[in-house]
Ligand binder design. Sequence first.
Ligand code: FES
Length: 277
Amino acid sequence: MKFLSPYVPKLAKVLDVIEETPDIKTLKLRYIDEEEQRRFSFRPGQFAEVSVFGYGEAPFAIASSPSRSSEHFEVSVRAVGTVTRAIHALKPGDIVGVRAPLGKGFPIENFYDMNVIVLAGGTGLFAVSSLLHYICEHRHEFRDVVLLYGSREPRLIPRRYDLDYWSKYIDVYLTVDKPDETWRGFVGVVTQLLDKVPTPRGPHTVACVCGPPIMMRVSIPKLLSLGISRNRIYLSLEWKMQCGIGKCGHCMLSNGKYVCLDGPVFALSEIREEDIR
Ligand code: FES
């Protein structure tokens, strides 16, 4: 019997590189092994470890639609360290290592016939992108759906093609901290949108939150005040991950669970607020 270590990545080719913002690029990837790609599937919210040989690997949310998984998949990467800068230097045709799908993702079966609020800030958008694709492609399965997204500046908003596409199916509201002369949208932190725009509320509502820890912590009392229960507020804690397969201990929560194995998405009722930092 052939045994493959979970540490061994599979080879994937860079099909395309999209420059999203001055410091974010999206890689469109496809496994070199055609059969591998054909069989590849993932749940909304799952992630991939991407390695650049000679530099190391890092975890990224799979940001593309799960329904396109047999053709290709995408990760959006902000250049912040050695591995991410090496990823930014990649060109179409280059080869990377990929271990995916990892984690459990969003419990989408709990979202059917519910209102959905998705609240994202900065690169937190990437962790909810596959969920939003799924919802838009199965729109009739959900009630009112709203995306609230905040960015520091208009020029730093990534994946605008997705935001345009999603806005055909769901309500999309954008806000920035620092507007420029072209900006006509909201100004202020994203959690303030919960007070400014019509959002669903009540027991038939779930909320999914991903962004900087401070934004996530501020959003919790606001979502609770909308009548959304703690077991229906889902938080993606993907920034805590490193190895992605339960070996390094880097992502362990105070309840002994691992973000990479048991998450990266958790209901608020499953974790302690001290873990959101
Ligand atoms: S990321 Fe290493 S144990 Fe979870």
